[in-house]
Ligand binder design. Structure first.
Ligand SMILES: *[C@@H]1O[C@H](CO)[C@@H](O)[C@H](O)[C@H]1NC(C)=O
Ligand SMILES: *[C@@H]1O[C@H](CO)[C@@H](O)[C@H](O)[C@H]1NC(C)=O
Ligand SMILES: *[C@@H]1O[C@H](CO)[C@@H](O)[C@H](O)[C@H]1NC(C)=O
Length: 215
């Protein structure tokens, strides 16, 4: 191939994509580092998304943070694909804290936590055999979308019987929701159950004290 063939972002992207498909992740990285500079090519979102996929598939999703910083400097906005790829990577690496970070970044960039994001999260959890967490996520989504606190309470009780407890934020949302529909007793019972688990006891005590008192 002559040099001229490389001089557009389209051919750069095609090359990167070919390396990605061939699982030549180190190649993706070195081409991304060298070619744009050498050939004066302006990378676009497609370029970055392909490179991010290479990092994510090769178990180096943490390296994506520096790519995001570079995109920021070049004023290229990430999209839902960018973040979904990161989520899938961090889930595979079981880096829960980073999954949380990505969800925050999505909010900051105004990228919606759409159905596709939930599907990726659920698929990733199922792949890790974390079906309990996958179910919880569905339950969280149900709360976020429907505000259907009574059904959520029912789902929550079933999952607690199986010794599977939703995370703090989800439970807090459910407790607040129950209070908002005047189901204070149910909220209190739930808080009591969470306290029994001896995790975040102080936070639950504080919430318990904040509940409306019986007349
Ligand atoms: C990903 O990490 C592995 C192990 O640290 C390393 O050998 C590999 O070169 C990295 N790949 C990329 C694309 O950075
Ligand atoms: C994100 O941008 C890439 C590159 O332009 C595009 O191919 C992809 O469809 C976009 N993703 C979404 C969810 O719009
Ligand atoms: C998930 O569970 C299945 C069936 O028990 C097992 O065959 C598979 O290896 C597990 N996968 C992981 C990633 O643990």
């Amino acid at each position: 191939m002559g040099e001229g063939d490389f001089r557009t972002v389209k051919s750069l992207n095609a090359l990167l994509f070919a390396c990605l498909i061939g699982k030549k992740y180190d190649e993706v990285k070195s081409i991304f580092v060298e070619f744009p500079k050498r050939y004066g090519i302006q990378c676009n979102l497609d370029t970055f998304n392909t490179v991010i996929k290479a990092f994510s598939e090769s178990g180096n999703t943490s390296s994506v943070y520096s790519i995001l910083a570079e995109m920021d400097r070049k004023r290229i906005e990430p999209n839902a694909t960018t973040f979904s790829t990161m989520l899938a990577g961090f889930y595979k690496e079981e880096k829960d804290k980073d999954v949380g970070n990505v969800l925050v970044l999505m909010k900051q960039h105004g990228v919606k936590l759409g159905l596709s994001t939930y599907n990726i999260r659920i698929q990733s959890l199922c792949k890790l055999n974390k079906s309990g967490e996958a179910k919880a996520l569905l339950f969280e989504e149900m709360l976020a979308r429907g505000g259907d606190f009574e059904n959520a309470l029912r789902a929550c009780k079933v999952s607690m019987l199986k010794q599977w407890f939703p995370n703090f934020a989800t439970m807090k949302m459910l407790v607040d929701g129950l209070v908002s529909i005047s189901k204070v007793e149910e909220a209190r019972e739930l808080v009591g159950k969470m306290k029994e688990r001896f995790t975040k006891v102080d936070m639950w005590k504080e919430i318990e004290e904040g509940l409306p008192q019986p007349q």
